[in-house]
Write a protein of this length. Sequence first.
Length: 266
Amino acid sequence: MLVLLPPSEGKAASGRGAPLKPESLSLPGLADARAAILDELVELCLGDEDKAREVLGLSEGLRGEIAKNAELRTAGTRPAGEIYTGVLYDALGLATLDTAARRRAATSLLVFSGLWGAVRVGDRIPSYRCSMGVKLPGLGALNAYWRAPMASVMPEAAGEGLVLDLRSSAYAGAWKPAGSVAERTASVRVLHSRVVDGVEKRSVVSHFNKATKGRMVRDLLLAGARPKGPAELVEVLRDLGHTVEAQAPGRAGRPWALDVVVTEIH
């Protein structure tokens, strides 16, 4: 099983470990694309701060992120699973998983990134600021830039098993499963169910969908679940206490759509 996750906008501080070693990152087929983005991002942030802030879409209060990006090559690193913070990662709680579940996380979780393309949670990276929605002056929009490199490496990374796609729309645009991989892919949205005047009302959860997705992945890792495909995933999630409704694709080469229904938002 391969689980595709979005990163977090906010990130923990860079560690005190050795500086970035690009050759050590997973998915080495992305190395050239990573190097090109890193070069332009560092150059941008070493130059005009106002231009860098505009390109990166940063508020005045986040101006300090520019200096962080300028030092990406020399900053300390720590595992990506520690760099990424926020609602999903708090709910996932990588640091509190048992040893076996942490091993599963290391091999099954893949975090998409505007800067790195995608990394595994054990890859050592510095803290940075560069979302998939950024449009660099030279390379252009990152979600479009990543499509060709990701298309070349992701089928192999997906292997022959289930792909659980929990990415937000901006990151989903960088790689869309196709063919047989798509048929083994399940994308998830979270719906809030509540009763109003005796009638059930459902709405798409935005912020709190991240917590639900984090808890769902945690449950799968702790259970040691290895569903072979979307249909089996639905049964596993239901056994773990989640309310799941599945929509099989209407034609070949399309992913499954899963709705996880919650009655409480927290």
